[in-house]
Design a protein around this ligand. Structure first.
Ligand SMILES: O=C(O)CCC(=O)C(=O)O
Ligand SMILES: [Fe+2]
Length: 206
């Protein structure tokens, strides 16, 4: 039902924002993992395919930790995103082929300037997914995701990073940015990719 609503929104407007949409058992599993700080090894994030961290710091200052299925919360997460991928492919014929995702930690004051998620180098990112892991987030704490919904610099959607909110949008079409917050801000950002294999080059699932 939820996946159907998400698919309908994506078809109609190219994005969807669903508060309290992450299943409670999955929320608990991810929160427990996050609370055990030794299990999540955050590293300063990079931008695109370049490794220049001086330049990167002007664009984003968060730290990330890639997710795989070798720990319980990771495997719970990937089975949920797998179901989502199947549902969206079934309903929208998107041809989503693989998925990559990471935890992100924004300390107070951290930000991610306006950007689009699909690399110009052609990483085939088709759909961006963000979920938030912050209980009792208050408006005054900032940290909103701003999603620009048209070419105009002013038209945008503000999304508070509240626990359980799920956001999906077409990666190439929606510039977005993360505003600084006054408290630690945790999220998972992920990308569904399409297969761009050709006779000469095989695109392996990640
Ligand atoms: O955490 C968010 O709200 C969005 C993060 C983001 O845009 C990204 O990691 O590409
Ligand atoms: Fe992004």
């Amino acid at each position: 039902m939820l996946f159907r609503q998400m698919a309908a929104d994506l078809r109609d407007q190219g994005y969807t924002v669903c508060p309290n949409a992450l299943p409670e058992t999955l929320v608990n599993s991810l929160m427990a993992h996050l609370a055990d700080l030794n299990t999540v090894r955050f590293q300063r994030a990079g931008v695109g395919r370049q490794e220049d961290h001086t330049l990167n710091k002007r664009v984003r200052t968060d730290a990330i930790s890639w997710i795989c299925d070798d720990f319980p919360a990771g495997s719970d997460w990937l089975s949920w995103t797998g179901e989502l991928q199947r549902a969206l492919n079934e309903q929208l014929l998107l041809g989503l082929f693989s998925f990559e995702s990471h935890f992100a930690h924004y300390r107070p004051g951290d930000f991610y300037r306006r950007h689009v998620d699909a690399f110009r180098g052609g990483a085939n990112r088709r759909l961006s997914l963000v979920v938030y892991l912050n209980p009792d987030w208050q408006l005054a704490e900032g940290g909103e995701l701003l999603l620009y919904t048209s070419a105009s610099p002013d038209e945008m959607f503000r999304i508070l990073p509240c626990l359980g909110t799920v956001v999906l949008f077409l990666s190439e079409e929606f510039p977005h940015e993360v505003l600084p917050a006054t408290r630690d801000r945790y999220s998972i950002a992920g990308w569904f990719r399409v297969n761009s294999s050709t006779a000469e080059r095989v695109d392996p699932p990640t």
